[in-house]
Design a protein around this ligand. Sequence first.
Ligand code: C2E
Ligand code: CA
Ligand code: CA
Length: 401
Amino acid sequence: MAQTSLKKFKKGEIIFKTGDEGDCAYIIDIGRVQIYGENFGVEVPINTLGPGEIFGEMAILDRSGRSASAKALEDVQVSVVSRLQFEQRMDQADPIVRLLVSILLKRMRNNLGQSKDDLDSEINEQKKIEQEQNHSKVIEKIKFEAELFEALANNAFLLYFQPIIHTATNRTVGFEALIRWQSDSRGMVRPDLFMGVAEETSLITPIGKWVFEKACECLKQFQDHLKKIAPQAHDFFVTVNISGKQFSDINFFHMLEVTPAKYGVKEKNIKLEITEKILLEGNIFFYWIEKCRSLGFPVSLDDFGTGYSMLSYLSDFNVDNLKIDQSFIRKIEQDHKTRIIVQAIINIAKGLDIEVVSEGVETEKQARILKDLGCDYFQGYYFGRPMPFADAIKFLDNTCL
Ligand code: C2E
Ligand code: CA
Ligand code: CA
């Protein structure tokens, strides 16, 4: 791997000339450097740079020749930044950043009177097509992000609620809150299509906050409604999905602390769902889970069984619930091995005092098998699809009594 190296130039020495091939940029450590542009074949000074400043960066960004000349005005020492170092970073950069850098460069070169035709002619047709396709994908993504920002500003998100059923009593004991985006142009958008984008940007923080507040507000209304029709259902709960990215927001725990009281609900009735996969990202999540639990929120491990080391970390920290992933439930009727695995998960959970929810229950037979295996709660289309708030209230009238 290339490292930054030092180079020295004597006063008056040419560092590079217009048109030279450029495979590195320079950061000035000592001395001053004069940059010259070319105007009708005449060299004109365009900038004088000193210690800490960078030059020669354009060639490493777009692989074309030097667009200016550089000369040492006095004895100069520079640190050399290789193209490799830059390319490694660029490869890791967000595609939107990459696109913006390339557009910016194209504009700068055009302003300098340097058409990119020379370079473009070297790029074969196929490569050009690929570049264009890639650009339009990135542009589509930027537009999608802009729409998401607007959706937040225009209150275009909704919470849907999917019932969670107690296997022993067949009663609805809670709802999972699931976000929807009601878009004018795209219709009702499901979260798997936009929450990933929200996580890549800062949007996950305000969207996550909106979900949490809305879920608390609706929980209060569910509980008030149940007081009238089913006073025994005093521990009715909602579950809220929390993205791993939300934990690193400095205001996240403050939000957890203040919001339940604001809406008159209790922490123990708000279950936080985190996907099993985030645990693979590091020990910090163990600490964060413990912090949520110490604030009084039950924590549920979502999509259980889709990670890679599920059993080992159950001994490393405490959770209150686990949700067996739909992929197991889908196969449980036909596949004997899946049944044995689910039985084992339920046995381990029972031994550790963890309640088990089966997600994605679509048939009566699946429900029967899961109940026989000792599952505590069901969730799935067989019992109820995610629905708007008003339908969820009506749903309670039939299933909570
Ligand atoms: P999830 O947390 O695993 O949510 C369960 C998903 O399974 C929901 O999809 C639900 O509609 C679907 N589902 C439930 N029962 C059945 C069934 O019987 N059959 C089938 N085929 N599907 C069923 P949805 O609402 O599209 O949500 C997808 C994912 O988006 C969620 O998966 C969750 O990871 C994420 N998500 C949803 N709302 C939020 C949110 O407010 N915040 C965050 N961070 N993520 C959310
Ligand atoms: Ca979930
Ligand atoms: Ca799930």
